[in-house]
Design a binder for this molecule. Sequence first.
Ligand SMILES: *Cc1c(COP(=O)(O)O)cnc(C)c1O
Length: 408
Amino acid sequence: MITINEHFLKLQASYLFADIAKRVNTFQEQNPDNEVIRLGIGDVTRALPDACVQALHEAVDEMANDATFRGYGPEQGYDFLREAIAKHDFQSRGADIAADEIFVSDGAKCDTSNIQELFTTDIKVAIPDPVYPVYLDTNVMAGRTDIFTDGRYGGLVYLDATKENNFVPTLPTEQVDLIYLCFPNNPTGTTISKDDLAKWVAYAHKHKALILFDAAYEAFIRDESLPKSIYEIDGAKEVAIEFRSFSKNAGFTGTRCAFTVVPKECKAFDHTGKEQLIHPLWNRRHCTKFNGVSYPIQRAAAAVYSEAGQAQTKGLTDGYLKNAALIRQKMTKLGFDCVGGDNSPYIWIDGQGRDSWEFFDMLLNKAGVVCTPGAGFGKCGQGYIRLSAFNSYENVEKAMKRIGEALG
Ligand SMILES: *Cc1c(COP(=O)(O)O)cnc(C)c1O
């Protein structure tokens, strides 16, 4: 008899985006002349940078010629990309990361999902609330939680991000073993200071824990005092794995390229308490289960680090940040408490006592603007909405004008 992994049955069906689509469709049917502006989805809208497109074309031409054709590449990624990443993203900021500590992949979603299979199921996992749902669901699938009751899975430690802590979770008061952090944050758009991040690194050392640091939005950081990488913190290499992606900085959401950094000194422990290095384990997993990102895509990703690529990706993120600033300014002027939007494409907005969906319906029905209800990201998201800067400036201007007229 073939039996299933019953942990999958604990998963909560995610109706968030289906519910949003349903309400938007109903609104469109009732208001066919009213064009809806979408500031809900966490996907980029601008085309790939020229430098990447050129590199992609050239690499495709190489594949079309026997003399330059490439078959299977190294599973961990080509040296030209790993070296460019190590140099530009880490060494240039004083973080001593080597090329062979970079594992190129097809997405930070897959990597943040897959990493947890290196660890036992009886560890204590700490996950922020509100959160990118991938961290949560993959631990449910692996059997690290009990059933879902009253908005939460049993057996996990939730790290609340609320107004009281400025949406930066405080250290757990109990022992936890695996900690998920994401800064700049999705969905709240908040950032963490070096001092606060250093407290998490110190916690991990003290408690023999491991931090999984998702830095998918680092390219939006403009405040130079903020850490772009956890490895800017002393001692982080022993206790942290970092996830990066070309999705949000260079528009690779449909092109697919990302990477994970596993420093050679990063460690976990076996059941006797003996230290075990994570690098060889992740290398083994990656080589066994993954066959590398396609050569043309890696060439396109490497072009991000060319002079033109750097200028063009900065142009993209500058554009989204300009949208974010406008959203934050207008919503603040209307009297809403907002965080995020200055070093992040997301703005997290307090509904002034409204339920998340009530706030969603109000923006949709009165202004024709689609947001994401905060409750979809966890219990602490109730009462909030997320507005995203991923749209054209014209559309964001129009959306803010409409919200101003409807609510002002
Ligand atoms: C968009 C996003 C990613 C990137 O995922 P990819 O699979 O690389 O496209 C990772 N983490 C968070 C929190 C995100 O919002």
